[in-house]
Design a binder for this molecule. Structure first.
Ligand code: ZN
Ligand code: ZN
Length: 136
């Protein structure tokens, strides 16, 4: 499966299904994504390959540790998300694949900040605050 940024300058190829799919409704994810929540698939590092120039923005997570967001310097799409708490996994924003069959989140974090009209599936574990493992 191949995802790409808005301008097509960065492509992300993943092997197999994601190991873990999360949503996060925290204010940081809202600002980064411009959306009510982030939707991220996480793969083992060896299952992800990236082509194209990118820049990195680092920020502290609410739970301590850093989150690193890689983005396309031309169109500013986030193309990778890494969190210290899950060093073995690389996160890829689900939207890069523009695939309506991309899996729903197993966990939705920071639902206390969730827009009232957002309803996750019954099978999604909705946490008021922190995700386990921590959000990204
Ligand atoms: Zn781009
Ligand atoms: Zn978040």
């Amino acid at each position: 499966m191949i995802g790409r940024c808005l301008c097509g300058g960065v492509s992300v190829t993943v092997e197999g299904p994601p190991r873990y799919v999360t949503a996060c409704c925290c204010s940081l994810c809202q600002r980064r994504s411009g959306s009510p929540f982030s939707h991220i698939g996480r793969w083992s590092r060896e299952a992800v390959s990236v082509e194209g120039e990118r820049r990195v923005f680092e920020r502290p997570g609410e739970s301590g540790g850093l989150a690193r967001h890689s983005f396309c310097p031309v169109c500013a799409s986030t193309v990778l998300t890494e969190v210290d708490a899950m060093p073995e996994l690389l996160g890829v924003p689900a939207g890069l694949f523009a695939d309506p069959d991309f899996p729903a989140p197993a966990v939705a974090a920071w639902c206390e900040a969730k827009a009232a009209w957002v309803h996750f599936p019954d099978a999604t574990l909705a946490l008021e605050r922190q995700t386990m493992p921590p959000r990204g």
